[in-house]
Design a protein around this ligand. Structure first.
Ligand code: CA
Length: 444
């Protein structure tokens, strides 16, 4: 599983000077993929690799003959087709990129003109996402939210046996940097009748997203032993949630319109290879049931989890107007998840469901075990009962119009180069006017 090689050497430096800045999230040990074009142009979307504060334009590198071994789909801007080629092609390209971008590389003069400053790049979703599934692996989130609704039984009996998930919607996925209108929806208040209007309890959810690389055939489950081979890489994912709509609509079939109005992704897909130095053991607390056989493997126990620090930052409209920076609301770590990515892949395909290149698996909200580590406002405010007071005196129970929420993530370990994901940011705008039927329905 994701063996370490020379590309992980923390001493490697790039001829792209900004990549050597210890604060850079995109050193030569990271090399994440994204899809972009030069801002202000209508040139075709192309695949790029983030390096320091630059993007290496793979289409241009191919056209200039600067990357001879570049897989054809990448030159054509098709990340899905490259994802489908599986981990061997990805590992080979990582080695080639690492050699081409390191200090002293003979490729420097040919590749230099293929760099675009990230500040001048317009990003889009990294690939076509056929299907999006959202899981619920954050046990501290599941427990905290369960407590609000069922103090006597916060965690339902299935949680420790089955990775809970539901099929989400991919059409409303957006890349970081967008804004969306507060959703309209149906919710129940103390009034006798439910109402329809702007959501009053708009929230975020701090998640990671995992992209599928090579898929599986319809009817052919992916065993645990091969589950990691089907993963391509990871992004940050904000699963925006309309809590009032959710509370009213979710029974008996689960999440629907409260979840599908917008989902924001960070633009750079950090590959499983880049994450390899940050693997850690998957352990269950004493007394918890071991995973069923089809969700267990020695590899998974030894190094199935990932040590990824996650953060939520908030900047209100008032803060923006006064030039105040965003404020960090919390921090947690993906190693606290109750299920690993391999288990999600094995479980999802265990009934023969076919996963395809570019499919997206959401991790579920990643809250930590301690107070103040809630990965949503629902948790940080005890279901909206205890407002958060910001340093400038503003308060929040749920999000206001004009709020910008930024997810951040990074991996850090002694003796390893720190890598990051880049921001996953989006802003809330005022709701649209509800559409009112112009005439009463005919009774003829
Ligand atoms: Ca979610």
């Amino acid at each position: 599983m994701n063996a370490l090689d020379e590309t992980h050497n923390p001493a490697l430096r790039s001829w792209v000077a900004s990549a050597n800045d210890p604060a850079s999230e995109f050193p030569i040990q990271n090399l994440p993929f994204g899809r972009f074009r030069r801002a202000g142009t209508d040139e075709p979307w192309r695949i790029g690799v983030a390096i320091g504060d630059q993007v290496l334009d793979l289409r241009q590198a191919s056209e200039h003959g600067a990357m001879p071994a570049l897989p054809q789909p990448l030159a054509q801007g098709d990340l899905n087709a490259f994802m489908a080629q599986g981990s061997a092609a990805r590992i080979a390209l990582r080695r080639a990129l690492s050699q081409a971008l390191r200090e002293g590389s003979a490729a420097q003069s040919a590749l230099q003109p293929c760099l675009v400053p990230q500040a001048q790049a317009e990003m889009t979703l990294p690939c076509r996402v056929g299907d999006y599934t959202d899981f619920y692996t954050g046990i501290h989130h599941a427990t905290a939210v369960g407590k609000l609704f069922r103090p006597e039984q916060p965690l339902l009996p299935n949680y420790k046996y089955v990775p809970i998930g539901y099929h989400g919607r991919s059409s409303s996925l957006r890349v970081s940097g967008h804004a969306f209108a507060r959703p309209l929806g149906q919710f129940k208040t103390d009034a006798a009748e439910p109402q329809f209007g702007p959501c009053r309890r708009l929230d975020y959810e701090l998640e990671l997203g995992a992209f599928i690389g090579a898929g599986n055939e319809f009817g052919a489950p992916i065993p645990m032993a091969r589950a990691e081979d089907h993963l391509f890489g990871m992004v940050l994912l904000n699963d925006w949630s309309a809590r009032d709509v959710q509370a009213w609509e979710y029974q008996p079939l689960g999440p629907f319109l409260a979840k599908n109005f917008a989902t924001t992704l960070s633009p750079w897909v950090v590959t499983m290879e880049a994450l390899a130095p940050f693997r850690c053991a998957f352990v269950r607390p004493d007394g918890d049931p071991p995973p069923l056989h089809y969700l267990d493997s020695a590899d998974n126990r030894e190094q199935g989890s990932l040590d990824i620090t996650l953060e939520v930052w908030l900047q209100t409209a008032a803060m923006r107007d006064r030039g105040e920076p965003a404020l960090r609301l919390m921090q947690s770590n993906f190693r606290d998840a109750y299920w690993t990515l391999a288990q999600l892949v094995a479980h999802h395909s265990s009934n023969g469901c076919n996963l395809q290149a570019g499919d997206l698996l959401g991790s579920g909200t990643q809250s930590g075990p301690l107070e103040g580590q809630g990965g949503s406002l629902l948790e940080l405010t005890q279901g909206g009962k205890q407002a958060i007071t910001l340093p400038n005196g503003e308060t929040r129970t749920f999000l206001h119009d004009g709020d910008t929420v930024i997810l951040r993530g990074h991996c850090e370990r002694a003796g390893r180069r720190r890598i990051g994901f880049g921001d996953c940011a989006a802003s809330v705008q005022a709701a649209r006017e509800p559409v009112v039927n112009p005439v009463a329905p005919s009774r003829s």
